[in-house]
Write a protein that binds this ligand. Structure first.
Ligand code: MG
Ligand code: MG
Length: 269
């Protein structure tokens, strides 16, 4: 069942989303060759707690850490470890928080130093596909409209759209209805209405869409071992339109990226 949020609840969720947004912004300048994902995980945990929140993933389904850290061919759900990142890696960081009973859930794929042009393009296209999907998350549209838009855009570039892992409703639970696949058919699935809040999160592979799960029960890797990217925003329907609760503004300020891609999804004040 889809749990519709009141305006007050959405304002509380905005705070949780802002905390994960700031956490990724803080990490943006820490992601560099020689740094371990476990070190970044500890920084994130300290930061989230300093904001009066608790890490959203720690202990959720028994996940052992604050961040899901998925380098290179890992798609999502990677467990932080002591292995240092090296120049040319990419690292997908997924971050959850919980404050005042509501979750934030946010992901960004970072370049570690200089990366290959084909990998940079994968990151740019996946991030752009996120906004292509968000544009369809509006009252009257359906789940399939978002999935179709993301899949259509992504596959034009020859990339693989992961099928087994999907976005989701967000609220007092990390994973609520509806499931939000990054593939689908126009006009299919549950209808969007005012007050819905979801996490939209394309997971895009440079090669095949197929994946495999590791024996640790968590880590997911592309079947052909080519890189995979993951970007995620928390979005609410307000006045019939998609409005971002999370923001990459802190990441982009830290990295010197100039873009107006979020402007159309901001509150009109
Ligand atoms: Mg996430
Ligand atoms: Mg999510």
């Amino acid at each position: 069942m889809i749990k519709i949020k009141t305006k007050e609840e959405i304002e509380i969720m905005r705070e949780s989303a802002l905390i994960v947004s700031k956490t990724l912004g803080m990490l943006a300048t820490e992601v560099k060759p020689g740094v371990s994902t476990l070190y970044l995980d500890k920084l994130a945990e300290e930061f989230i707690r300093s904001e009066g929140a608790i890490p959203g993933f720690l202990g959720l389904y028994d996940f052992p850490n604050t961040l899901c850290m998925s380098p290179n061919s890992q798609v999502v759900h990677g467990i932080p470890n002591k292995k240092p990142l090296i120049e040319g890696d990419i690292i997908s960081i997924d971050c959850g928080s919980k404050k005042n009973g509501f979750y934030g859930d946010h992901a960004y794929t970072f370049a570690v130093g200089e990366i290959l042009p084909e990998t940079k393009k994968l990151l740019d296209v996946t991030r752009e596909s996120l906004y292509v999907g968000i544009r369809e998350f509006k009252a009257g549209n359906r789940v399939g409209d978002v999935g179709f838009a993301i899949q259509n855009f992504t596959e034009k570039h020859g990339y693989g759209v992961v099928r087994e892992l999907v976005g989701h409703g967000l609220g007092r639970e990390m994973h609520e209805d509806p499931e939000m696949p990054n593939y689908g058919k126009r006009g299919r699935g549950k209808k969007f209405t005012e007050g819905m809040v979801v996490a939209i999160e394309p997971m895009t592979n440079l090669g095949t869409h197929k994946i495999r799960q590791h024996s640790d029960g968590w880590t997911i890797t592309t079947l052909d071992n080519k890189p995979s990217a993951h970007f995620e925003h928390d979005v609410a329907i307000i006045n019939g339109k998609p409005e971002l609760l999370s923001t990459f503004k802190y990441v982009h300020e830290a990295l010197g990226v100039v873009t107006n891609e979020e402007d159309e999804f901001r509150a009109v004040l």
